[in-house]
Design a protein around this ligand. Structure first.
Ligand code: NAP
Length: 283
């Protein structure tokens, strides 16, 4: 037992999902465990959809410090933990569970933190209030990204989604600075923007490219995509060829893992070029 935490000195964590075999999280966390000399292991936890109500409450009894939650459990898991932190409640989903000292479970969502850090990695002086922001997509990733941008002081967020009603509902739920626009307006919604973000699945491996003309996008705009397979989506390739600075989704994935590792193992790890190379080799 560790005297400080009362937990077993060998730390266990994992990722619950279905399917989960493709997850890069074990490579990320096991790299940090080794690097920081923390005795422990991060494992895959394949949990079928109907099994979550049994699996999640079992974490503490199994001696786990916590786990990540991925598809398809991110929303359902909220109802199965004892407490949900305020940001995760606004996002409406959790991607991290921490076993508290009393054995209870608390849910967090670090995707927005990861996204912002990925921009700061590329441009340390990046500011959310540098100009209008256009976000494409209104799914789970969009909710985390849009809230994080609003919390960082964005003045205007143009939210454009194929299904307008979803963007409109999100804009009404969160209010200013978010404004919903119809999908047909996505090309002109790029005028004057300082940041363009793709949170749709378009451009992901196995999906068609995002249908977007960049002509109206100012050349100073930063272009980011939350997709990381492939690392350079057709959108990012087109933006790079026009001369834009670009940010892929790998930084978001790596940075969202940092606060989780800290909560479980007591060390805030760094995203190093070495870690990036290790994960890029798996993509
Ligand atoms: P989601 O909740 O299913 O949302 C999918 C979004 O894509 C919706 O806005 C959907 O629009 C849009 N979309 C789907 N097909 C489309 C099409 N043919 N044309 C235009 N828009 C289309 O998924 P999600 O969880 O937000 O994930 C979205 C992407 O983010 C995935 O590629 C995922 O891998 C990535 N992601 C990355 C990270 C990271 O750490 N880097 C984290 C989370 C997610 P409708 O509303 O009209 O269906």
């Amino acid at each position: 037992m560790s005297q400080a935490t009362g937990q077993p000195a060998f730390g266990l964590a994992g990722v619950m999902g279905w399917p989960v075999a493709h997850s890069r999280s074990p490579k990320i966390h096991n790299h940090w465990l080794e690097k920081h000399g923390v005795p422990g292991a991060y494992v895959l936890l394949p949990v079928a959809p109907g099994a979550l109500p049994v699996a999640l409450p079992g974490l503490a009894a199994l001696g786990f410090r916590g786990c990540n939650i991925t598809i398809p459990h991110k929303v359902d898991a909220m109802a199965l933990v004892h407490a949900v932190d305020a940001n995760a409640r606004r996002v409406g989903a959790i991607n991290t569970v921490v076993v508290q000292a009393d054995g209870s479970l608390k849910g967090f969502n670090n995707d927005g933190f990861g996204y912002i850090q990925s921009l700061l990695d590329r441009e340390p002086g990046w500011r959310a209030d540098a100009g209008p922001i256009t976000v494409l997509g209104a799914g789970g990733a969009a909710r985390a990204v849009v809230l994080a941008l609003a919390d960082r002081g964005a003045k205007e967020i143009r939210l454009v989604n194929r299904t307008f009603e979803k963007a409109d509902a999100l804009a009404k739920e969160f209010g200013a600075p978010i404004k919903a626009l119809p999908w047909a307006e996505r090309h002109v919604a790029l005028a004057d923007v300082a940041l363009l973000v793709n949170t749709t699945s378009q451009g992901m491996h196995g999906q068609p490219p995002l249908d977007l003309a960049l002509d109206a996008l100012p050349l100073r705009a930063l272009v980011s995509d939350v997709i990381y397979v492939p690392l350079e989506t057709p959108l990012l390739a087109a933006a790079r060829q026009r001369g834009h600075a670009t940010v892929n989704g790998l930084g978001m994935l790596l940075h969202q893992a940092r606060p989780a590792f800290q909560a479980w193992f007591g060390v805030l790890p760094e995203v190093t070029p070495e870690l990036r190379r290790i994960i890029e080799a798996t993509l």
